[in-house]
Ligand binder design. Sequence first.
Ligand code: CA
Ligand code: CA
Ligand code: CA
Length: 431
Amino acid sequence: MFPRIRLAVLLAIAALALAACDSSSLVSDASIEPTTISPNADGDTDVASIAYTINRPSYVSIYFVDEMGEKHYFRRERRRSDRDYNVLWGGVIDGHVLPDGEYTWVIEASDEQGNTERAEGAITLIEADTNAPKFENFAVNPAIITPNQDGIDDRASITYWLTKEVNEVQVYLYDPTDPENARDSEIPGPYSPTRRYPLLEQEREVESTEPGFHYYDYDGGIDLGADPPQDGDYIVVVEARDFAGNHTVVTSTLTIDNGGKPRADIVQGEVTMLDPGDGDLNIPIGGALVFTATIENYGNVPIRTAGPWPGTEYRSDQNYNTLAYDHGDESWFEQSGTWRFALNFQSNFGQDFPFRYAVGRRQDLRCEMIDGREQCFLDPGERGLVYGTIIWTGVPPRNPFRIWGGLLHEDVAVFNNFADVQEIEILDPEQ
Ligand SMILES: [Ca+2]
Ligand SMILES: [Ca+2]
Ligand SMILES: [Ca+2]
């Protein structure tokens, strides 16, 4: 008797449960508030609050149907567990504010069995700011850079005119072949790479978010001491989002080649100097000081150099600039990014490091024509031999005096300054 009653009760409960299940909707209590919004970032009814309840685990889409019947998806088939939801919507779909008009909002839920239910209502958009920011005259120049501080194509300029004030601007490079940047198909909306190389705008009066002309000077970060991104093809991205939520992206390409921090030294810091007449460091007026040194490129990128060439003779009243004039060779003047070995001395009241030389003989270097000019490089791992002669035409104000070597990276740094300091004396036979 008892078991039979129990079975009947159980069956009744099961039937009730099934009935309840069938009759309870997937989505309930859906609403949007307010039903008119003005998405223009003026702080007044810019966003609507969308509330709804999911009663069984479902895939939920939220979209807006315009007067032409076109669907604009805000959420698409997102997996949702059973609970209450509340989300804000400011009129933005895929980075663009929808234009003014009457829309039908739809919240659509589908369960695992393929049952689909909808809740819907009306929302009106007025005074919508659909004026997306624009980057006019966006340009990346040149398209290939060699960020290695040799003064040739070390930097790219990225320029554009921003048409309106925005909330946020981002400018960055990314490597499209980097697995870290693989597109996640689960994440909707604009592609957003994970590993970025952000660019900083030059300091200037106009903030990056203000309308007007903007200029980024990109050197791979090398002047700040960072190693540039490894050689390869990169995508340059500039993106902005205005206060209403309009999002604009422009892209271009930039190739990095031979990028890296140049590194070179005077080998063992050694500079051999002597009076070739008798091998000491006492030099009669009109006599010579000869020197030799070896330079090694121990970095990963070529270093650029220029004459005067090893073997060049300087008078002590000359310097590399006067020699450049005398020889009519403008590559001998100071040049940004050029490496030269040089001698400097105490009480030298002229040009700093007046006696400059290429960091090797021609046979130590690789020379090629670039933009119509011959350029010479000491390649990574190579050594260059430097030697030369200084004829002392007079007695310096300080005598005896110290003289030493240095490795100049012109307009960047002096390396190995005070290498092998030695004291020499100029002898005046009249005294
Ligand atoms: Ca508003
Ligand atoms: Ca370069
Ligand atoms: Ca001597």
